[in-house]
Design a protein around this ligand. Structure first.
Ligand code: SF4
Length: 340
């Protein structure tokens, strides 16, 4: 155990459940038999007691990033506990929920009861209607998700909506169509290539995912992301433009512009069973059934993950953009960790 916590926690990601109602082609969660499907109160209590969590929240305030994900979070049998934990522990702080958007009524109910102004709803959309339904393994899912987006827009205009597009071999021709749809629907837009995360969405591992696009495919992706970046620039959204241009670099070279990664220094993912990860490409740094959050945060495994990330032993990824609101935020985080 080390005396001083390494890095200030700034991004707390709660995997509220491993249940999912869809059958996506790029995610294995729904196939796997897990013992702990939903995040339990004991895990939440351990997080609430943590000095590392308290320090991150106290220091960063509204910049302390809290996100709820899954599986499909709105299927969690303990979602009410997770959301009320967030409201009580981080009062007034907006948070992010990532969803497939199909469970309209549950989403509306959750925001009615636990909504905080400025919160974000990230909705996965992987193409236009038929392509999206193919990816999600469920006919009708696109229409359900569109219904949710409209309902959230109508009832909770203060929710920040973002479309999350996962680029695959099957949908790479529809990036600009999805981008235009996001603009029409008043949503922000994010796109990244599908990646294997063996500790998370692909516990079985699926070869052929990630940056393994063919040369012609990479060209099609790059051309579309350039169009998206240029539209962002035209609108004065330079941080978003930089993000898409860097994604092009990643798809073509397997590396982003960064030659080091500080994401694990400030990021924690907590699984329903209490496993804590600093990065989902590395092993768990501890478990909340066996010790405290602060034990995990300061463990030797934590140190070795941080060191490996600094040296990019992982080979790099595009996922770490997902830990931040936008590209500019990522640089800000790096600076804050160097000059806390
Ligand atoms: S670049 Fe490496 S350490 Fe950083 S988030 Fe990606 S896989 Fe993790």
């Amino acid at each position: 155990m080390l005396e001083r916590p390494p890095g200030r926690l700034r991004s707390l990601n709660l995997v509220s459940t491993l249940r999912c109602n869809l059958r996506c082609m790029m995610c294995d969660i729904w196939k796997t038999k897990y013992e702990h499907l939903d995040m339990e109160d004991s895990v939440l209590q351990k997080i609430g007691c943590s000095d590392v969590v308290k320090d991150g929240y106290k220091t960063l305030g509204k910049d302390f990033n809290i996100s709820v994900t899954g599986g499909e979070p709105f299927l969690s049998e303990n979602l009410e506990s997770v959301l009320s934990f967030i409201k009580e522990t981080f009062p007034g702080n907006p948070y992010t929920i990532t969803t497939n958007g199909t469970l309209t009524d549950k989403i509306i109910r959750a925001f009615s009861k636990f909504g905080v102004k400025g919160s974000r709803l990230h909705v996965s959309i992987d193409g236009m209607k038929d392509t999206h339904d193919l990816h999600r393994g469920m006919p009708g899912s696109f229409n359900k998700t569109m219904k949710t987006i409209k309902a959230v827009r109508k009832h909770f205009p203060w929710v920040r909506l973002k479309m999350k597009f996962t680029i695959t071999k099957e949908n790479l021709g529809e990036i600009t169509d999805a981008y235009e749809l996001s603009r029409q629907m008043g949503m922000e837009f994010g796109a990244k290539p599908v990646e294997v995360a063996i500790h998370y969405t692909n516990p079985g591992g699926k070869p052929g995912f990630g940056t393994s696009f063919s040369g012609p495919d990479r060209l099609v992706i790059s051309e579309q992301l350039k169009k998206v970046a240029s539209d962002c620039l035209r609108r004065g959204e330079s941080a978003n433009a930089a993000f898409f241009l860097d994604t092009i670099r990643y798809i073509n070279k397997g590396r982003t512009i960064m030659d080091t990664c500080l994401s694990p220094l400030g990021t924690a993912f907590v699984m329903p069973n209490g496993d804590v990860f600093r990065c989902l490409h590395f092993n768990s740094v501890g478990n909340l059934a066996e010790g405290s959050f602060d034990d995990a945060w300061t463990s030797r495994t934590s140190m070795s993950v941080i060191e490996s990330a600094r040296k990019m032993d992982c080979g790099g990824c595009a996922s770490f953009h997902g830990s931040y609101g936008n590209y500019a935020d990522m640089f800000l985080h790096s600076i804050k960790n160097i000059f806390p």
